[in-house]
Design a protein. Structure first.
Lengths: 176, 180
């Protein structure tokens, strides 16, 4: 034996596997059979291999329980290293900050309808502005009156108002 | 080092977000020809006791609200593009306000504004300026400084002062302004 020992360890084993898989060529198959005729060990190895193949073929595949399948599938996910996103890196901070900035900018650019309370507040503010304008007019009228007399004060403030009114009327006529 | 820069960045970003609406409103008015920059007296008198910035959009809504009560008021408001008011308490120390007053007056004189009425008393100064573009009124500026307050009013657009009284009745102004 010889010669077989070395072959059984290497080449013969491959040939037996090929024979069982039906992939062994005719010449090699004949050579294997011839060798097995002379070598009981080899013959027994071939027979055992056949028997093992038969036994394997007879084994029924048992389906694993669903819970086990689920756990087995989860193993790669659990063992995968968690992706580390460093949120405080400058690029992430800028990217995150850009989102609210863009939302606010868009909301400012779009002329949205103010609430009734906002319009009422604006109306009150407008009234305050007009009151101060009126106050300025009253002061100037009073000062002019005390300096040059009532008639002249009326003439001056009146002419100012008339001048402004005239240009408003001119604009109106133009628009018409 | 990195954390410190990040902190500064976050603070800067926060301030930018807060000031965006005010910047937008101010920018809307700044582009108009009747706009006047009154400067800032807050370092001397603190924050203004009254600050009003009404742009064209808001004035349109006020005009619409008033149209059913008084078409005259709605008509007057429709010609306005903006109104700004800044009022500081001078607390019997009107020096800084008078200096600012003179500075604004210089700017108005050099940028096409015309003085309409001026009162120069020791304890009180009043100036009314108007800006015209041909026959169209672009703005009216009123400044009043006395020992109690400094008032800066900038009307952008067209306004007929003679109609103010009627409009104020409609707006139901309940104000007691000290005229003494």
């Amino acid at each position: 034996m010889k010669d077989y020992d070395s072959k059984l360890d290497g080449n013969w084993e491959q040939q037996i596997n090929a024979l069982l898989d039906g992939e062994l060529g005719q010449a090699d198959a004949d050579e294997l059979k011839s060798a097995a005729t002379d070598d009981r060990e080899l013959a027994r190895a071939i027979v055992e291999a056949y028997q093992l193949q038969q036994v394997m073929a007879d084994i029924k595949v048992e389906r694993a329980p669903a819970s086990l399948n689920k756990r087995l599938r989860a193993i790669p996910r659990e063992q995968r290293p968690a992706a580390k996103i460093k949120l405080f890196q400058p690029r992430w901070v800028m990217a995150l900050a850009a989102v609210p900035l863009a939302i606010i900018a868009v909301s400012i650019m779009q002329p949205d309808t103010p609430s009734e309370a906002e319009v009422a507040k604006a109306r009150q503010e407008l009234a305050i502005a007009f009151a101060y304008l009126d106050k300025a007019g009253t002061i100037t009228g009073r000062e002019i009156e005390s300096t040059v007399g009532h008639t002249m004060a009326d003439a001056v403030t009146g002419s100012v108002n008339r001048a402004i009114k005239l240009q408003n009327e001119t604009s109106k006529e133009k628009e018409a | 080092m990195k954390r410190s820069m990040m902190k500064k960045f976050m603070i800067g970003l926060f301030c930018t977000l807060l000031s965006l609406p005010a910047i937008a409103q101010e920018d809307e008015l700044k582009d108009l020809p009747g706009y006047v920059d009154f400067g800032d007296l807050s370092s001397m008198y603190g924050e203004p006791k009254i600050i009003i910035n009404l742009g064209g959009t808001m004035l349109n809504f006020v005009g619409m609200m008033s149209s059913s009560e008084s078409p005259e008021t709605a008509d007057l408001i429709s010609k306005l593009k903006g109104i700004r008011v800044m009022i500081y308490s001078t607390d019997e120390n009107a020096g800084a306000a008078k200096s600012q007053f003179a500075e604004v007056k210089g700017k108005l004189n050099s940028s096409g504004w015309e003085p309409i009425v001026q009162v120069n008393e020791d304890d009180e100064q009043v100036m009314i300026y108007m800006k015209m573009d041909g026959e169209n009124m672009e703005g009216l500026t009123v400044m009043v400084v006395d020992e109690e307050e400094a008032v800066f009013v900038n009307v952008i657009g067209q306004l007929n002062p003679a109609e103010l009284g009627k409009v104020m009745e409609t707006l139901d102004v309940d104000m007691d302004l000290d005229l003494d």
